[in-house]
Write a protein of this length. Sequence first.
Lengths: 337, 337
Amino acid sequence: MAASIRDVAREAGVSVGTVSNVLNRPEIVAAGTVARVTQAIEQLGFVRNDAARQLRAGRSTSFGLVVLDTRNPFFMDLAHGAQRRAIDDGYTVLMGGSDDSPEREHSILEMFEEHRVAGVLISPVDTDLTQLWRLRHAGIPVVLVDRGSSDRSFSSVSVDDVEGGRIAARHLLELGRRRIAFVGGPIGIKQVSDRLNGARSVVAEVADATLEVRETRALSVLEGRRIAEEILELPADRRPDAVFAANDLLAMGVLQAFVMTGSLRVPEDIALIGYDDIDFASAAVVPITSVRQPAVEIGATAVGLLLSEAQAGADAAREQIEFTPELVVRASTVGGA
Amino acid sequence: MAASIRDVAREAGVSVGTVSNVLNRPEIVAAGTVARVTQAIEQLGFVRNDAARQLRAGRSTSFGLVVLDTRNPFFMDLAHGAQRRAIDDGYTVLMGGSDDSPEREHSILEMFEEHRVAGVLISPVDTDLTQLWRLRHAGIPVVLVDRGSSDRSFSSVSVDDVEGGRIAARHLLELGRRRIAFVGGPIGIKQVSDRLNGARSVVAEVADATLEVRETRALSVLEGRRIAEEILELPADRRPDAVFAANDLLAMGVLQAFVMTGSLRVPEDIALIGYDDIDFASAAVVPITSVRQPAVEIGATAVGLLLSEAQAGADAAREQIEFTPELVVRASTVGGA
DNA sequence: AGTCGTTATTGAAGCGTTTCAAGAAGGTGA
DNA sequence: TCACCTTCTTGAAACGCTTCAATAACGACT
């Protein structure tokens, strides 16, 4: 159906090799020939066949990105950063969302592998990283994003989540809160457990402070709302005076439930802190205090690592880059702010 | 480097044709052979090469989706709907964001064409649709999303934006507002101009009502903030008493600016209505009244059209599906709500 | 006139699949 | 025993591109 390079060659009266050269290294082809070929291309509406190029080249010119949730603005920002950096180097980014499901993550990675992507960026759900080892073994560089590599076996770009958890909890404690509820899950996700552990360590240092964990099934607005409703049903004396949500989506859900019922005031009755500092957090009913992560920068940096690892080959040095999270105080914890 | 089907064949002691059959139609291969081949595949860690498959097949098994802004939750929801529907039929969705730039849109489409995608979903920036005609001519079905095809030459899934504009303006007028500012742009984008025209038609019917247009460079939070600051600088007697933002992102920006400075109360001094009804609109400082579009459903329906058009071939009937927008009233227009 | 360089072009090989006509092997009925 | 199915398996031919060694053409230099 579509015109091939051979059709163009015939039309222009040259060989296929020459057409290919016009396409890829026009400077080595005589000007007149370039013109003739270009015209033939125009005439026939020829468009390169990417599959054939890739087959020949052996590998694709795109990176694969697997995120936990494609609808979370934090990951969208991260993807945006990755894409921008990739385009600069002539690469393309394919994105897939694992939706917190290891099976889905697995099948996305499989797809990427079949596609022979030039590298994979992933924020893994699955704690079992053997599939990632497989990929690397197959010559595909892998970089973890938004998550460190505990044993330093993979390159990674992350934010110190334990410290982030500490920052959040410390902030709440400094405000005099003592009954803190941690809302987040699945706990299996490293980011979540790190943030929890950070908070736990700080709470443990204060004699009369307690930390209660309420695990969610996902990091979504809906789950936040669900947990908030649970909290609302508690008798006043067993109710927490602060909520630390593992991400802003959860925090927004929690906030919505509190505000909608109108029975609990934020922050007077209950303080609320989120995580990620997505754009929407500042625009919430009660602007949400959050722990900021530089999403765009993380994405861009990760692609940078991928590029250098792809360059260096299998024996490339692994590099762990860690950003420091930053507290952004807003009205959901400090009324007047 | 990676094992090919030929390596598997050698390892299992069969021909390449048989391996291919095991992969694609295992039911026609003897059980013992299947086992032997499967084992060899396992052993060698063989993974199909997608490029080769596609080359052979002639076309890819993915759809391309071009949206105006990958960071707009509305489009993310749309993409989500599209993806879900596509996966059910064994397809994959590639997404690109044109960021309101015709050049970028052009290059994304080019990429899709080189990729020989099975179809294209697009919410075009460019008013010139010749590239889309080209695609169709090349045998690639095209479906417009979130935007009708005025001359019915393309299939489309959209929401009646003119009616949406009317709904929004009518709501503001019914609340007694008379000096309405329309915030949106670039006006070249069909969705924007339709919404504006809808609003205009309704405003024209009320003698003492006026509609002032403030064009933005993009449909983003930042641009909303910028315009709101312009409005804040106006003397009180020339200030609008209502803002109709062309989408929720703009509306949120506008709201942020008003609230931050604290000089204008929403809705008392100035009412605000957005468009799209993204999840975050309801969680805003002042929950934002909006015109709802069924994003997920639009995406899913569009992929459905694509599938049937791909099935039917070049002479497929074009189908225009139009959803009706729906007003969602919140506190940004009706104080007590 | 012959040799060498430079510049431009050629054509075949091969990337890893799928498909398909053709063949092999084994079973059944006359 | 032979012919004829049925069931499996085979191997070669594409698919459209890039690469690369080989050639051609043409001056320039000796």
